[in-house]
Design a protein around this ligand. Structure first.
Ligand code: SF4
Length: 229
């Protein structure tokens, strides 16, 4: 399995925000979000091959039994199913962070599903050469449904850039099926205060109006946009 980074931090997003967790970041992604905040796993992927046994040894260095498997897109990483089963056998609570475009039969306590909205498509970046493939692959309703059905708990997290993102979110929710609105998270796009602050109030207003959950980016508040946090 090709690993970009293993690190220990505070989960910044979602239902477990604030929980000290070990993060395992795979490298490689089938999407190319224009605002991707981990381009070293997607646009210019870097990483080293590690066995599941070696990964488990590294994780054991940290005093937490909360493991977050993230990316990149972890569902396209070789050995992902074996890794999640080994984590569970090792007593970890397993969160999977995925764009939910590819399904694998992973073991998962919290499926953090982040379907990418139209605001993610890179029409101009890199001369737009990834735009068509990204646009074609960014939503897979059946995969989202399978993760929801197979996971003990889930959250549907949307990166939002503008109030006009809401109709696309509502259309997708209607295609997925009847979901409790508190499992729908709206998270401001941005990696610093200047990018996030202008979005907080209108996102909070949308959450209040629809019953959705506001998703902070706590790790950015604490550490800023730095690798390994
Ligand atoms: S799915 Fe995630 S890792 Fe892949 S390009 Fe989008 S933001 Fe980056």
């Amino acid at each position: 399995m090709r690993i970009n980074h293993i690190f220990y931090s505070i989960q910044g997003e979602g239902k477990l925000a604030g929980v000290a967790s070990v993060f395992l970041r795979t490298t490689g992604c089938n999407l190319r979000c224009v605002w991707c905040d981990t381009p070293d796993t997607s646009w210019q992927p870097v990483g080293e091959q590690m066995s599941v046994a070696r990964i488990m040894d590294r994780l054991a260095e940290f005093p937490s039994h909360f493991a977050v498997v993230t990316g990149g897109e972890p569902m396209i990483a070789d050995g992902i199913v074996e890794l999640t089963r080994t984590l569970r056998d090792g007593g970890y609570h397993v969160t999977i962070e995925t764009a939910a475009t590819v399904y694998k039969d992973v073991v998962c306590d919290l499926a953090s599903l982040s379907p990418k909205l139209a605001n993610s498509t890179p029409w101009e970046r890199d001369d737009g050469r990834h735009a068509d493939a990204h646009e074609k692959n960014r939503i897979n309703v059946e995969t989202i449904r399978r993760f929801i059905a197979a996971s003990a708990d889930y959250q549907l997290k949307f990166v939002v850039t503008d109030p006009s993102d809401l109709p696309e979110i509502e259309l997708l929710l209607s295609r997925i099926g009847d979901l409790p609105p508190e499992n729908v998270l709206l998270m401001p796009e941005g990696v610093d205060e200047a990018g996030i602050a202008p979005k907080r109030r209108w996102i909070a207003d949308l959450c209040k109006r629809h019953g959705y959950r506001y998703c902070p980016r706590l790790h950015l508040d604490i550490y800023g946009h730095t690798r390994g946090t």
